[in-house]
Ligand binder design. Structure first.
Ligand code: PLP
Length: 428
């Protein structure tokens, strides 16, 4: 099948709502390491990794090798039977996780991981109400869309009641018009009044991402989580830390994003980069929270031997390569280059993020969101063979998050292509 045929079949038979990047959608055929090739054989340097999911690079031989081996040994069981890969993975993850997280429940996606965490919190606390953050993203189930706070991802109009959205720690566009640190963390402190005025006075959980991914890599001030989580716990809630994007070394120096912020979560949810692209979601919980689950539960595909083997191989490579340190090192190089570009190109309003999770917010002359500039950068970077992501409420943030085995040369090449793209935007 050539490119045109593939696109035609997709357009005729797949839900039209399945959104794709670029004016002309990109049809990818093959990947190896940092690179992918399209159906016409054109090569691209991949600095988005299938939404921060291909954490070690495409078709990493250690990961694919272990998956193939497992496929030839035992491909599927369901959670009604115990397998070594799932049991070993649970042990490895709880050992790696911060604080007192001792139990794992495996699913297939971040959406399911968040669903499991919320239900666990509700059963543990006996309460129903939840606090989430504006600009957050939790997935595509009814509950996950209700937690999500972006109109474009809250489709359907019917939502689950009892979810309140606190202001995001989005310093560049502060909801209170204040400046850090003079703001005294108003966004975090406002959670108390939010609970007092919009809930029955006690909550089940606060769910938040250490860095808001889909929101445009919104990075909170260092004290944000300490202040917010203290309030949450005072009102009876547990803290669910959504590490779907930030987990597994992505933010540099630590395995989990929350470890930067001096707070121990009661639950962590993970997915995306955990298995280098094999479908997997996980909910990690304390002994007490996990024990509060009433009744039995199963997941047909959750923790399946193939995804579990992929995750174990991914963890092995991450440990051998010290991915958190590497992500910090390469992230610093990337950030230095992006900060330099921001000095030169006025369309760059803000550069933010940690490790290999760097966001660039594009603006017009009045610092209003400029999604059309992002669209232009997208076409230009594609033309020069670089794939990046985008996000933000107004689609005006570039999300740059390559596989974490990227080299200095890869980072320098990506920066050079971005420079050419910003040049084109400023000239337009
Ligand atoms: C922070 C966060 N949580 C949850 C999800 C949902 O994950 P999935 O798409 O695997 O269901 C995403 C997906 O982008 C995410 O970024």
């Amino acid at each position: 099948m050539n490119r045109e045929e593939i696109v035609r079949k997709q357009r005729e038979h797949v839900y039209g709502a399945v959104t794709t990047y670029y004016e002309e959608p990109l049809v990818l055929e093959r990947g190896e390491g940092m690179r992918v090739w399209d159906a016409d054989g054109t090569e691209y340097l991949d600095f988005f990794g299938g939404i921060l999911t291909v954490s070690l690079g495409h078709c990493h031989p250690e990961v694919t090798g272990r998956m193939k081996e497992q496929l030839d040994t035992l491909g599927h069981t369901s959670t009604l039977y115990i397998t070594a890969p799932q049991a070993e993975l649970a042990e490895r993850l709880v050992r790696r996780a911060p604080g007192n997280l001792r139990r794992a429940f495996f699913t297939n996606s971040g959406t399911e991981a968040d669903e499991t965490a919320v239900l666990s919190a509700q059963m543990y606390t006996g309460r129903q109400e939840l606090v989430a953050l504006r600009h957050s993203y939790s997935g595509r189930s009814m509950l996950a869309m209700s937690l999500t706070a972006h109109n474009s991802w809250r489709i359907g109009g019917t939502h689950i009641a009892g979810i309140k959205h606190a202001a995001s720690p989005y310093c560049y566009r502060c909801a209170f018009g204040l400046e850090y640190p003079a703001c005294d963390l108003r966004c975090a402190r406002d959670i108390e009044e939010l609970i007092q005025t919009t809930t029955s006075g006690g909550i089940a959980a606060f769910i938040a991402e250490p860095i808001q991914g889909v929101g445009g890599f919104i990075t909170p001030p260092p004290e944000y989580f300490e202040v917010a989580v203290e309030i949450i716990r005072r009102y009876g809630g547990v803290f669910i830390c959504d590490e779907v994007q930030t987990g597994f070394g992505r933010t540099g120096d630590h395995w989990f994003g929350i470890e930067h912020w001096g707070v121990e979560p009661d639950m962590i949810t993970g997915a995306k980069g955990i298995a280098n692209g094999a479908p997997m979601g996980v909910t990690l919980a304390t002994e007490e929270v996990a024990a509060a689950w009433q009744g039995s539960t199963i997941s047909t595909f959750g923790g399946n031997p193939i995804s579990s083997s992929a995750a174990l191989a991914t963890l092995d490579v991450m440990e051998a390569e010290d991915i958190p340190a590497r992500s910090a090192r390469m992230g610093a190089r990337l950030r230095e280059g992006l900060d330099a570009l921001a000095e030169t190109y006025p369309c760059i309003g803000d550069v933010r993020g940690m490790g290999l999770m760097q966001g660039v917010e594009l603006v017009d002359a009045e610092e209003n969101p400029a999604p059309e500039k992002v669209a232009r950068v997208f076409e230009e970077t594609r033309r020069h063979g670089l794939l990046i992501g985008r996000g933000g409420l107004f689609n005006n943030v570039l999300r740059i998050s390559p596989p974490m085995l990227c080299s200095s040369d890869d980072v320098d090449r990506a920066l050079e292509v971005l420079r050419m793209a910003f040049e084109a935007v400023e000239e337009a």
